[in-house]
Design a protein around this ligand. Structure first.
Ligand code: NAD
Length: 478
């Protein structure tokens, strides 16, 4: 018996949750259900996070959360409950199986059967943004070694547990050599621990194009947060319907399961919504808590029901479907099919599956870290980099000297191109003089001199080497 937290959400949420719970309970799921209220009512009561403190306590106590979609009211100030839940509970892994149901649901990709595993906590979603000059804003892309190790290991363990043959990694490390470079490096390191599973890496742009065109070339795909956010929707859509996909958000201690669609308020209260997406989430939940035989029984009954042509309005197609059913009747049809297998679609087999049990992240020994320079970012409204170099060189000391200026990453001094378009946001790179050992006091002196010279230094980034290897980007064109 597992106690789970359930939130019925808004719009079509209560109907699809009732349908889902009725199916999994009829299949023998051994659950104690504790219900909480999240979403629209809580938001509109003045709580901008959409969830009360007592509800957090219940979610944290039970650790397993099955959540129906919620409505986030329009207007400012309301925070996304999904993003908050993922981050607060450390739900680092977002898992979205995307399988086509050809010929019963129309798709251009009849053979498609992929699982997208998206890193869920970091990357640009750290949400650290600043305006620094009149013309330039920035968002920090943070990628960590634990973040990469946890998600990549999860992808390989998932592949092993679910009999998948290949894990593919998508990054843009030809451009982002530090951030995406780390993700790719960790992927290569961890792939070696799984010689039974094929591994490959694609640059995200061509990888995404290939996935949209020939999804059958992929099996499990692991990627950083932003790419995963976009591509998991693309993958779900090209199976034929986003309305059929579920999603799991897995952490070391807690996990949340849901449909990928929203609360479809226009369809609420009419007994027409398709409960399949949430049911897929519930199937992943049953697998996660070890009730794998029930998960298998529910999944196969659902496949059989789709195959029978008994469909809700959203996937109903003249000529393919046989009968249009409401939410409750569709749930009843699945319950009637419990114990049956699909004939045309491939039945799933989870019954002998293991639950994933990942090792805890182990921090590595620290590398030898040396300060070797500093990038001072400057707000300057001029246009000629040679003029700026003349101003900034005045603050050179015997220990640190200006070595380069870039604008939006491209080197403009020395020897820039007059054709390069420049904004008011300049990176002035200072390097330690040959033979000098630089320290933080040199940076303080530099900033103090900049302030006295009227230079508007908006931020600094220290340049380090780790174990003797410079660990920062060069100027493009350098
Ligand atoms: P939506 O996914 O709710 O609806 C998009 C379209 O798909 C609509 O035409 C809808 O009728 C249809 N649809 C969606 N799910 C369906 C189902 N199960 N059965 C039949 N038809 C279905 O997206 P939206 O309209 O952009 O958003 C509505 C609300 O949902 C917004 O408040 C949004 O913030 C919220 N939302 C919540 C979540 C979540 O809680 N996880 C996710 C996305 C959107």
């Amino acid at each position: 018996m597992t106690t789970i937290t359930v939130a019925k959400g808004d719009g079509i949420g209560p109907e699809i949750m009732d349908a889902t719970l009725s199916i999994i309970q009829a299949a023998g799921a051994s659950l104690i259900i504790e219900e909480i209220e999240v979403g629209e009512k809580v938001y509109l009561s003045g709580n901008t996070s959409g969830i009360a403190k007592e509800s957090w306590d219940i979610i944290r106590k039970n650790k397993i959360f099955l959540k129906a979609p919620i409505t986030t009211p329009q207007g400012g100030g309301y925070k996304s409950l999904n993003v908050t839940t993922r981050k607060f509970l450390g739900l680092y892994s977002n898992v979205r199986p995307c399988m086509s149901l050809h010929p019963f649901v129309k798709t251009k990709h009849p053979q498609m059967d992929i699982v997208i595993i998206r890193e869920n906590e970091e990357d640009l979603y750290a949400g650290i943004e600043h305006q620094q000059t009149d013309e330039v804003v920035q968002c920090l892309k943070l990628i960590s070694r634990p973040g990469c190790e946890k998600i990549v290991r999860y992808a390989f363990e998932y592949a092993r547990a679910y009999n998948r043959k290949k894990v593919t990694c998508f990054t843009k490390d030809n451009i982002m050599k530090q951030t995406d470079g780390l993700f790719h490096r960790v992927f290569d390191e961890i792939a070696k621990e799984y010689p039974d599973i094929e591994n490959e890496h694609w640059i995200i742009d061509i990888g995404a194009a290939k996935m949209a065109d020939t999804p059958e070339a992929f099996d499990v795909i692991v990627m950083p947060n932003l790419y995963g956010d976009v591509l998991s929707d693309v993958a779900a859509q090209i199976t034929g319907s986003v309305g059929l996909a579920g999603s799991a958000n897995i952490g070391e201690q807690c996990a949340m399961f849901e449909a990928i669609h929203g609360s479809a308020p226009r369809r609420a209260g009419q007994n027409v919504a398709n409960p399949s997406g949430l049911l897929q989430g519930a199937i992943m939940m049953l697998n996660h808590i070890g009730q794998t035989a029930v998960a298998e029984k529910v999944h196969n009954a659902w496949l059989k029901t789709i195959e029978d042509g008994t469909h809700t309005y959203d996937i109903y197609k003249e000529g393919v479907s046989k009968k249009m059913l409401g939410t409750k009747e569709f749930a009843k049809a699945i319950i009637d099919n419990l114990g049956k297998q699909p004939n045309v679609l491939k039945p799933v087999s989870y019954a002998n599956g293991k639950t994933l049990n990942l090792p805890k992240y182990q921090r590595k020994l620290s590398a030898k870290k040396e300060l070797i320079g500093v990038d001072v970012f400057v707000h300057w409204g001029g246009s000629d980099p040679n003029v700026l170099a003349g101003i900034v060189q005045k603050i050179n000391t015997k220990d640190v000297t200006l070595s380069m200026i870039t604008n939006r990453g491209i080197k403009v001094w020395p020897e820039g191109f007059p054709e390069t378009f420049c904004t008011d946001h300049w990176r002035c790179r200072f390097k330690q003089t040959e033979g000098m050992a630089m320290n933080k006091d040199h940076i303080i002196q530099l900033l103090s001199a900049a302030s006295q010279a009227g230079i508007d230094a908006i931020k600094t980034e220290n340049l380090y080497s780790f174990d003797g290897k410079p660990a920062f980007s060069l100027g493009q064109g350098q």
